[in-house]
Design a protein around this ligand. Structure first.
Ligand code: UCC
Ligand code: FAD
Length: 583
């Protein structure tokens, strides 16, 4: 009877329909904004050399690497503090896939590419594009790589230290047996934003030129690192001696001694985290850790800032590539998933929702890869003064902006999968959990906004002038082009917005601390608008022109709200109903 009526449901039969999962697109070749950008900025001979490698790697990413990354999510690291006989072992157990990703990172030159000098000012761009392909499928192996890259750069800048010279060889090696990763131990229990005010770790001279560290590092990601750069306060040998500086000094340490025992380090526990669970993040007790001073005394924060510039750009690249990855998956799914009589892709409201995500992602990519390009130029010593100033000022802004964008884009992209976006074994939900760390680590959004102000102050305002002139030049060039008639109004909007922010900075210096975050996001939106216009002018493609137009004309570019910059009112709003005596 059931057969006769065409009924498929019966015990042990679940119906005929199963949903086709999203297919994975090549993470490099199918990113049309990025490939078009590279076509614009790379010389032909560089393009011809690196394109086959990026194309191959884009495919490897969504096959082999994706599988390894998933294994890291499913086989999370754990700590075995003691062996069966009660001996303290502090053994960190990571899965095979995690170890394989380290090997692949070395072989693929994910760090080395930036330091080998093969393509001069384009080395950095090549490396970061490749890392962008790697990051969203890497099971968070992108995190240790970010810190490794930061340490390599710091070692290069502070090249007078023999310890750092040795480390540099390992950090930039393509040989898996020599390749090292690095940690970056800054945060302590008292705080991670105000590092100088919160660090309790002490360094005592050990007599043979090295120091012994005593302290407690509250967050240390990728705890299986071979080395770390860290901060401590040097205390004098005897009570009669005064400390030379009350500020921090940077130290280099290797995590294991020659006999492979931990170097005076106890892995107290692994953090129980919302996301990034693939990544071992530990609390570390330093109890006589042998370390070498690698900055001038009291200059630790300035020295480790070399590392922060690199890791914050990694954060931006990872944010962009996570957005890109989810948009690729969701656009494919929208062709395979049907509702109300046809593929989801065909519904106008779905199209608009998805196109907004695409525009946001392109904007973030435009800013991030432009800064990567400037970094490459600075490292190759061909950057202009304006470019160097723009790079310093906009790196924290890009970190803050892209990290906020990825949170909203990933959340919306998961919704594009409906309920499946919430189901663990699709592999999708972990992306939302992992994204939430991007605005927090490497400095929170507020701290990044204040860092932008620091860049302006330290340069006596020259950084703001550089950003201003840079945007103006870009927009003027597009405005004069006959082909860009569709973008005249966008150019006008950008100029107006820029003048408005500049005027605020000039005339309301007393409100700048309040406004730091609004200024940062306004500058990001304006600068990105100018980059998208420039790109549209280059390729003349309908999608690029429309993207630039939407960015400049649909969104609010200036976020400054002077009427809100009043401490009394803000405190009153937040503390309304709060009774200190009851808590
Ligand atoms: O979170 C962490 C690792 C997570 C894993 C990484 C993954 C990466 C992406 C992977 C994606 C999947 S490690 C912890 C990160 N922690 C932070 O970022 C700290 C946040 N706090 C700050 O950034 C603060 O602004 C501090 C710590 C820099 C503030 O310190 P001070 O001592 O109060 O700052 P000062 O006194 O203003 O600056 C001291 C010196 C100055 O140099 P001089 O004396 O020569 O003028 C500053 O100009 O440091 C210099 N400086 C900088 N230089 C400070 N910040 C910078 C900077 N950003 N660039 C250049
Ligand atoms: P706090 O400094 O306590 O900040 C609390 C809030 O106050 C934030 O919202 C902040 O924006 C705000 N705030 C603080 N000062 C100001 C101000 N002046 N103006 C306005 N707002 C302000 N650290 C490492 O050193 N190495 C690591 O490997 C590492 N790995 C991490 C891994 C994970 C998964 C996580 C979550 C964190 C990791 N961190 C690591 C720590 C991270 O860098 C810090 O958590 C981060 O810098 C913030 O510091 P905090 O947690 O002490 O926040």
């Amino acid at each position: 009877l059931k057969q006769h009526l065409g009924i498929d449901f019966s015990h042990a039969k679940l119906g005929r329909f199963t949903q086709t999962p999203p297919h994975q697109e090549n993470l490099f070749t199918n990113n049309s904004f990025l490939t078009s950008y590279l076509n614009r900025v790379l010389p032909r001979e560089v393009r011809e050399e690196i394109w086959p490698d990026l194309t191959r790697f884009g495919q490897r990413a969504v096959t082999e690497l994706y599988t390894l990354g998933r294994q890291c999510e499913l086989n999370q690291p754990f700590l075995k503090p003691y062996d069966a006989w009660g001996n303290r072992t502090d053994e960190l157990v990571t899965c095979e896939a995690w170890k394989t990703l380290k090997k692949i990172s070395a072989e693929e030159g994910l760090i080395a590419t930036a330091y080998e000098g093969r393509y001069g000012e384009y080395d950095r761009l090549y490396q970061m594009v490749k890392l962008g392909v790697f990051s969203p499928v890497s099971g968070l192996y992108s995190c240790p790589l970010a810190m490794t890259d930061g340490a390599a750069k710091t070692a290069l800048v502070l090249s007078n230290s023999p310890h750092l010279s040795k480390a540099y060889q390992h950090l930039t090696s393509r040989d898996p047996s020599l390749f090292w990763t690095s940690g970056q131990w800054m945060t302590e229990k008292r705080g991670g934003s105000d590092v100088n005010g919160s660090t309790e770790t002490l360094a005592v001279e050990s007599g043979n030129g090295s120091h012994l560290l005593f302290g407690y590092k509250w967050f240390s990601s990728a705890t299986d690192a071979d080395m770390a750069l860290t901060l401590a306060k040097i205390v004098p040998h005897t009570q009669q001696q005064q400390p030379t500086s009350n500020r921090l000094t940077m130290f280099y340490l290797e995590t294991r001694r020659d006999d492979r025992q931990l170097n005076g380090i106890q892995l107290v526990r692994l953090k129980d985290k919302l996301g990034t669970r693939q990544l071992p993040t530990a609390e570390l007790l330093l109890d006589g850790t042998t370390a070498h001073r690698v900055s001038d005394e009291g200059r630790g924060v300035a020295a480790i800032a070399n590392m922060l510039t690199i890791t914050r750009l990694h954060n931006s690249v990872s944010s962009c590539s996570l957005m890109r990855r989810l948009l690729q998956l969701s656009r494919d799914y929208s062709k395979r998933r049907c509702a109300f009589g046809g593929p989801v892709e065909g519904h106008v409201l779905h199209q608009l929702t998805s196109s907004r995500l695409e525009v946001t992602t392109r904007g973030c990519e435009a800013l991030t890869y432009h800064l990567v390009r400037l970094l490459g130029r600075e490292e190759a010593r061909v950057a202009s003064k304006t470019e160097t100033l723009v790079l310093r000022a906009l790196t924290p802004i890009a970190k803050a902006y892209t990290a906020k964008a990825v949170m909203s884009v990933v959340s919306e992209a998961l919704e594009c999968f409906g309920g499946q976006g919430y189901i663990e074994d699709t592999g999708l939900p972990s992306h939302l959990r992992d994204a939430q760390v991007l605005p927090i680590w490497e400095g929170t959004t507020n701290i990044m906004s204040l860092d932008y102000l620091r860049a302006l102050t330290k340069s006596n305002g020259e950084a703001m002038t550089a950003v201003y002139e840079d945007v103006k030049a870009r927009v003027q060039s597009a405005n004069q082009s006959d082909d860009m008639s569709g973008l005249k109004s966008a150019c006008h909007t950008i100029t107006q917005a820029l003048d408005s922010v500049t005027s605020f900075l000039q005339h309301k210096p007393h409100l700048i601390q309040h406004a730091a975050r609004d200024i940062a996001f306004s500058i990001a939106d304006i600068y990105i608008g100018s980059l998208l216009i420039e790109h549209a002018e280059f390729d003349g493609n309908e999608v690029s022109v429309e993207t630039a137009r939407r960015w400049c004309e649909t969104a609010r570019l200036v976020h400054i709200t002077p009427q809100q910059y009043t401490t009394t009112h803000n405190t009153a709003i937040v503390m309304d109903g709060y009774n200190e005596d009851e808590v």
